[in-house]
Design a protein around this ligand. Structure first.
Ligand SMILES: Nc1ncnc2c1ncn2[C@@H]1O[C@H](COP(=O)(O)OP(=O)(O)O)[C@@H](O)[C@H]1O
Ligand SMILES: [Mg+2]
Length: 288
């Protein structure tokens, strides 16, 4: 069943000569229970797409239906309410409040629910237990490692029991061990029936996804089903050509992939992947 339905959604930033077309008539349907990886080079619109889907930002044009309800023209308050009830966010830089303990950070989204403080902290503590960092509940964010911070952020995203989890480069700032831990947590959440959309530069992480959406220049240029446990077909072609050990290499790989993929007008065709001279592309990725 369609949970997220974007139809010809565009997003413009700025105006006049300074206009950026961050999303260019994107149509995308995501069903309940999908685990979608979104890939593409820096600046191609991935975060904008996450923000639109997560109701943090409104489309400039086009329609967005969430759970069958048209949500593209809601007021800020109406959007906030739906966001609170249905969506959990996880970000690359964790976005935890530095002066609150892990426990208080996780309890924060429950504030509006009219529960007693004791009840809120109890639920938050259980959630921290679920993600394996309950022993750190009285620590401040500054006292935790990157992996622990992301687990706390996941606990906060889950505390309201949202249907949809949106994770914008959740492992972008983590070492490979912590990345795996975070992805395994997301996989568990997915198994419980949640719909998850995550952005990644790392082809390896498509192993966790049931579908991979590739973006370029504000549009979706390729969309493929993927099997859990296997690197997605298109992403794999990049993985095996470039030893992607660092974020920078992953980025180079992704921009290489984008060059090899068909243009938007021929999305239906099977992509022809020609991989050559990663070094040239790497320097371009760096310059960006
Ligand atoms: N708030 C904003 N104001 C102006 N331009 C923006 C804003 N957010 C994003 N953009 C621009 O929109 C394009 C897409 O950005 P973004 O969605 O952040 O890409 P990605 O997440 O793929 O790196 C970029 O050119 C970026 O500079
Ligand atoms: Mg981004």
């Amino acid at each position: 069943m369609a949970l997220i339905e974007l139809q010809d959604v565009s997003k413009l930033y700025g105006f006049g000569d300074a206009t950026t077309l961050a999303l260019d008539e994107v149509s995308l349907t995501i069903n309940k229970g999908e685990f979608v990886a979104v890939m593409g080079p820096s600046g191609c619109g991935k975060s904008t797409l996450m923000n639109v889907i997560g109701l943090l930002d409104k489309p400039s044009h086009g329609q967005y239906r969430l759970d069958g309800k048209l949500v593209s023209r809601l007021s800020a308050n109406q959007s906030a309410k739906i966001r609170r009830d249905k969506i959990g966010f996880i970000f690359q830089f964790f976005n935890l409040l530095p002066k609150l303990t892990a426990l208080e950070n996780v309890a924060l989204p429950l504030t509006y629910k009219g529960m007693s403080v004791t009840k809120r902290l109890k639920i938050a503590s259980e959630m921290l237990d679920r993600v394996g960092v309950q022993s750190r509940e009285y620590y401040l964010p500054g006292q935790l490692s990157g992996g622990q911070l992301q687990c706390v952020a996941i606990a906060r995203a889950l505390v309201n029991n949202p249907q949809i989890i949106i994770a914008d480069e959740p492992t972008g700032n983590l070492d490979s061990g912590s990345s795996r831990l975070v992805m395994e947590l997301l996989a568990e959440i997915h198994k419980m029936g949640n719909t998850i959309i995550f952005v990644t530069h790392n082809p390896e992480l498509t192993r966790f996804a049931t579908r991979v959406v590739y973006m370029h220049d504000g549009g979706i240029i390729h969309d493929e089903a993927s099997t859990i446990g296997r690197v997605a077909t298109t992403a794999r072609k990049v993985l095996y050509t470039i030893p992607a050990t660092r974020e920078e290499d992953d980025l180079a790989g992704v921009s290489l992939l984008m060059k090899a993929l068909p243009s938007k007008s021929s999305v239906a065709k099977q992509p022809v992947i020609k991989v050559k001279k990663p070094r040239t592309i790497k320097s371009k990725a760096k310059a960006k």
